[in-house]
Structures are given as C-alpha cells and as structure tokens.
Design a protein around this ligand. Structure first.
Ligand SMILES: C[S@@+](CC[C@H](N)C(=O)[O-])C[C@H]1O[C@@H](n2cnc3c(N)ncnc32)[C@H](O)[C@@H]1O
Ligand SMILES: [Zn+2]
Length: 295
C-alpha cells in the first residue's frame, strides 16, 4: 500500500461505518467525501492524512508520549510478541460472546496500534467475524505509528474523554494500560456491549522496577483502586489474571526501557546499568477485567 492509496483505502474503510461519526466540533452527523475528508452537516471538515489516519482533535494537545516511545513499544510487541498472551485472551473473550458477523470494536488509548491489530487478526482467524475496528489516541505520534500497519482499521487522533462517535454504536471497547473515562465509555457502548480493560498486576515488569528504583513501594503495583472504580461503573462479568515471562535479549531490553513511562521517573545511572543486560527474563503480569454496562 503506497501513501496515496493508504489515504484512499482508509477513507474508503471509514465509509463502511460513516454512521458512527459525529462532528468533534458541533456534534452533527458526518459524511466521508470522495476528497478524503470527514465533513459534518455544518461543514467542519477533517482530512485523512497521506499516512492513513485522521486527526479529529479540535485543538492539538502535546503529550509526554514520543515517537521513540511508540517505535520501541511497537518493536517489543511485534518482534518479541510481548503482549501476545494478552491479545489472544482478549480475542478469545470477544469470540466467546458471539457478537455476530460484524463486531464494532474501539480501542481507547490505542497507542501505536499493535494490540488492536493483533486482536482483529485473532478474532477473524478464530471465528471469521469481521471487525470494524477503530483506535483513538491523544498522541499523534502513536496514531502515526499505528497508521503504518497494513490492516484495514481506522486510526484517529482523539481524546478518549470526548470521542467523535455517536452514542451506542460499539460492541466492544478495549482499554489497555491507558487512562479511562467511564461516562464516555458507557455512552459509546451498545446495550449488551462489553468493555475489556487491561491493568498491570502486582508484578508487572517487576525485574525492571527492582532495577530502576530503590524505593520499596515502587517495586510492585496495586490495581485495587483502578478495579474498584471500574466496578462502580460496570457489572464485572469476568476477571482473568494473565501472567507470564518473556526472555529479552539486549536490543529488546533497550526497547523495554524506551517504551515504558516507568523510565520517566528513574535516574540515568540505574537506566544505564539496566541497559547492559545481555538478556533478562521479564515478568508481564496483567489482569483483564470485562464489564457490561449496568442496567
Ligand atoms: C501506556 S500507553 C498504552 C498504549 C497502548 N494501549 C498499549 O498498551 O501499548 C497509554 C496511552 O494512553 C494515551 N492517552 C493518555 N490520555 C489519553 C486521552 N485523554 N485520550 C486518548 N488517549 C490518551 C497515551 O497517549 C498513550 O498512548
Ligand atoms: Zn461540525
């Protein structure tokens, strides 16, 4: 797919679910035009970029998430299958609930897009169901990286607290290691829809935490408050601890350090020492929590 056709293909893909969009400026319905734009009834327009994404954020927001971070994250996910057990499990959950032949799936805080891409592929392979998938992230750098994927998915720069989508249009929302806005999530979900949230478990990246921080309280992670807040908003239908280790070689060690916000808080000397590892076994400890809208 060259750049021109990528813009065209992603525009054509958006046309399939044109009816889910609402204008991020005025809230009116939107149409996908032949000139690769989303345009609302009041003529607010948003171009599909040549890279194959659309920026639906009314005002640019600068985040701490950089191009380097997303590139490293993508390398770790795609070349080391760092999250494969998690995305396989998510695909299994979606398959099990049987949403029919067409599943509208939205990844809230999709970053560089590997997880949505992997979930779509696994669901399609397992059940043949067609995924109408969209990923949104506030960081343009993440969406630019996501748009490099070859698959037919929609990638949009957007704030997950205020998305450019109409109410009640999505079967499944994903929210993987990202912030959330549950009022917005509930607004977007169809009745009977699911939200699948992934949170770090107590031992998530524990070897890295021990290496980067002296302070004991930074050696483990508590997800209790996050899960409590989730259960206030949704009926929890399943909880799955997904925990495993991945053997990383030196180049993957450097991807790991670059890809995690944990390194933002660490001192240079400790980071340098950690980067010397020729190989290391890294714990990926997560919990998948599945919720339905409360009646
Ligand atoms: C730790 S990263 C996780 C990204 C991806 N889900 C993954 O697991 O690789 C957190 C992501 O949340 C995004 N994010 C933070 N606040 C957001 C907001 N208000 N709206 C959309 N995305 C947001 C960041 O830009 C970042 O990509
Ligand atoms: Zn408008």
């Amino acid at each position: 797919m060259n750049k021109v056709t990528k813009r065209r293909r992603r525009t054509d893909y958006a046309r399939y679910f044109e009816d889910v969009f609402k204008c991020p400026v005025c809230g009116e319905d939107m149409k996908v035009t032949d000139s690769c734009q989303l345009v609302c009834n009041r003529n607010h327009s948003f171009d599909f970029a040549k890279q194959g994404y659309v920026n639906l954020l009314p005002k640019h927001v600068k985040t701490k998430y950089t191009k380097d971070l997303f590139e490293a994250r993508k390398s770790l996910m795609t070349e080391e299958s760092f999250f494969k057990p998690v995305t396989d499990k998510i695909a299994g959950i979606i398959g099990k609930y049987g949403f029919g032949e067409k599943v509208n799936l939205l990844d809230m805080g999709c970053g560089e897009g590997s997880h949505l891409t992997a979930v779509r592929k696994a669901v399609k392979e397992a059940s043949g169901a067609e995924i109408m998938g969209a990923g949104v992230d506030l960081a343009k750098e993440g969406i630019l990286e996501a748009a490099k994927q070859e698959d037919d998915l929609l990638w949009a720069v957007s704030d997950l607290a205020n998305t450019p989508f109409k109410a009640g249009k999505f079967d499944v929302l994903l929210n993987i290691l990202s912030p959330s806005n549950y009022e917005e999530f509930k607004r977007l979900m169809k009745n009977g829809g699911l939200v699948i949230k992934v949170v770090p478990g107590e031992n998530y990246l524990k070897e890295l935490r021990y290496a980067l921080f002296e302070e004991k309280h930074k050696h483990s992670y508590s997800n209790t408050d996050t899960i409590d807040r989730f259960t206030e908003h949704f009926t929890v239908v399943e909880r799955w601890p997904v925990s495993y280790t991945v053997n990383l070689t030196n180049r993957a060690v450097s991807w790991l350090v670059k890809m995690t916000p944990l390194a933002w808080e660490a001192c240079e000397d400790r980071i340098k020492a950690f980067l010397k590892h020729e190989e290391i076994s890294m714990t990926v400890d997560t919990e998948i929590i599945v919720g339905r809208k409360k009646e």
